[in-house]
Ligand binder design. Sequence first.
Ligand SMILES: [Zn+2]
Length: 331
Amino acid sequence: MTTDKGIHRRSLMAGAGLAAIATPFVAGATRTHAQDMESDSMQVADPPASDSFNLGDFKLLVVEDGSRVMDNPGDTFGTGQDPETVAALLEENFLPPDQMVNGFAPVLVDTGSETVLFDTGMGPAGRSWGAGRLRDGLIANGYQPEDIDIVVITHMHGDHILGLMEEDGPAFPNARYVFGEKEYAFWSDDARMGTPAEGGHETVKKMVVPLADQATFIGGGDEIVPGITAMEAFGHTPGHLIFMLESGDRRLLLAADTANQYVLSLQRPDWHVRFDMDKEMAAETRKKVFDMVAAERIPFLGYHMPFPAVGYVEKTGEGYRFMPKTYQFKL
Ligand SMILES: [Zn+2]
């Protein structure tokens, strides 16, 4: 996903409404009325939703950085399809045809010796509409921003990199960084000026380029720390990377933005997605990655899957059926 200003503007009011509905359920019993009023005015959960579970010796912590309502899901996840076909598939899956909720799920992997954060959410740019909550979620779970050892960026769309910087400097001040070599080369290149990628280029210059001195640049097959290996999954962006986690006899794929809508993009992986920069390549990658996930029966975490964004896929006729995790990681 990218940060599309049009979608942002359209969804502001609807997104705020959704958060307001959630607020009464999350206000703590010990909070004062004034705090609750403040919480209502910010219209965000406090702390943000999070989910932690073990994968072998790794501890994973998924934080809901934020979510927003998007209108007309078919315009984004079924570009070029007959709107009635898209609406029918959504309704068949008990979803409304005209709106969807899209969340952002960065994940911290604590290997026991290092803390590795994958993607950074919306950062300060999302605060006005209730996103940019990653650091709050980490702190609520006992991790200070200073505790993060490595920040890995799967790709350089705004919803993944805007949380790299706070107003006063790097959001994770003691971290080193891991960036995809191909991804960084694309977005940091001044040749993007005057193209549709110009906005992304400007964001990367502000958020990512200042951190390049502390970064390692990687490609497919590179190991970040023992048990975390990068894989190429190009198409959504030119250098989009995903990561296989392996600990003990457990595996989980961090699939980032390989598929971004659990019905439309998984059940119909060939459908074009507006935010996929190379739509054909992204569809091919989607099928290759999820064929593997289905065949090997491994769980995956998708950055925009329904929170806590972890599940399995079963291969069906044209695509895959998403099954959210339940208690598999407790046994
Ligand atoms: Zn995204």
